[in-house]
Write a protein that binds this ligand. Structure first.
Ligand code: NAG
Length: 340
């Protein structure tokens, strides 16, 4: 009650003061002083805020100060193959963020379901959706990234080289494995045509059969799964290559058709029983196949390696690398990028 009375008294006093300027204020001095300090403080705070925002926004990099290819800056390129890349949270981008140089997309052509030539990407029928298409997950993002690493500028007109996706190594090509899940011959024209946006911009590596010359591009496409060997081998300006059988690199598989050869570990050396990894004869067998591929200018990838116990996986991975094999086939990209 007391406080309420005192406050009504104060407001009455204030009212009186306002109405008659000659009447000396009855407000005690410390209250005026406190009021002044408050106003001054507020002004100071506003001024500081203004100065801070001017300094802050001037020093903060504006969009115009970014450089075009900064998406992959600082990322070092590693010979890792992103197995079933599309099932990561961000297909392609997650792999690139770890410097992974090879990604794999499983493509399906299901004309009865779509009535269009849409290519679906997924591991199984259950994972397919209308939205997850080859174009949206791979072709469009790659076009977008490459238009950033090859900006349309007066400076780039001085360059006679098409940059790759990696800012730290613009000559590194990105291997795009296309795993044909449905009938190869039916899929072939659709996959080949789907690459047109990359092809027309000169983004695809190709081998010219007539001139017998390589033209390195930012993307090297490798068909695997049901990819029809005949269609690939018949291309004269070949910008679509074949994932050759590492266990059987005969004369049908020159590097100009298959610049990479792959095989499941078990098929190459049999079952690895020991937790310590390959035994000596298995290691020698692997080493010989890898050396043979390298003598033909073919890179290698060994897949389907044991993943558990972890120590077994590590021992086998070390031996695969010690044997000189090129691409580490990985499901856990973060782990693989640290392992290297
Ligand atoms: C190479 O091996 C494949 C089987 O992988 C066979 O179809 C082909 O005829 C062989 N080519 C030669 C030149 O021996």
């Amino acid at each position: 009650m007391a406080s309420r009375r005192s406050s009504s008294f104060e407001s009455h006093e204030l009212l009186d003061t306002n109405h008659n300027p000659h009447v000396k204020s009855n407000i005690p001095k410390p209250v005026i002083l406190r009021g002044l300090v408050c106003i001054l403080g507020a002004c100071l705070a506003a001024l500081l805020l203004l100065i801070f925002s001017i300094v802050h926004f001037n020093s903060f990099p504006k969009k115009s100060l970014h450089y075009s290819s900064d998406l992959t800056r600082n990322i070092l390129v590693k010979k890792i193959h992103s197995h079933n890349d599309y099932w990561r949270d961000r297909p392609l981008y997650t792999a690139l963020s770890y410097g992974v140089q090879s990604v794999e997309a499983d493509v399906w052509y299901l004309p009865e379901q779509s009535k269009t030539d849409t290519l679906y990407v997924g591991h199984s029928l259950a994972s397919l959706t209308d939205e997850r298409t080859f174009q949206r997950l791979y072709i469009d993002p790659l076009s977008n990234i490459l238009s950033r690493t090859n900006p349309d500028s007066k400076f780039m007109s001085l360059s006679n080289h098409v940059n790759g996706v990696f800012d730290t190594d613009s000559y590194a090509t990105l291997y795009l494995f296309v795993d044909f899940k449905t009938d190869g011959d039916a899929l072939w024209p659709h996959v080949y045509n789907a690459l047109e946006p990359l092809r027309s911009k000169g983004y695809l590596t190709y081998f010219d059969e007539d001139e017998e010359t390589w033209h390195n591009g930012p993307i090297t496409v490798i068909g695997t799964g049901n990819t029809p060997y005949k269609k690939v081998s018949e291309l004269r300006k070949r910008d679509f290559f074949f994932d050759s059988p590492l266990e059987n690199l005969n004369a049908s598989y020159p590097s100009t058709i298959g610049p990479i050869a792959s095989c499941a570990l078990g098929k190459l050396v049999g079952e690895v029983k020991e937790i310590s990894g390959l035994d000596d004869s298995q290691y020698q067998k692997l080493r010989k196949l890898v050396d043979d591929a390298h003598s033909k200018d073919i890179l290698t990838r060994v897949w389907d390696t044991p993943w558990w116990p972890k120590i077994k996986q590590q021992n086998i991975w070390r031996e695969i690398l010690r044997a000189g094999s090129d691409f580490l086939n990985a499901d856990d990209l973060e782990y693989a990028s640290e392992f290297m």
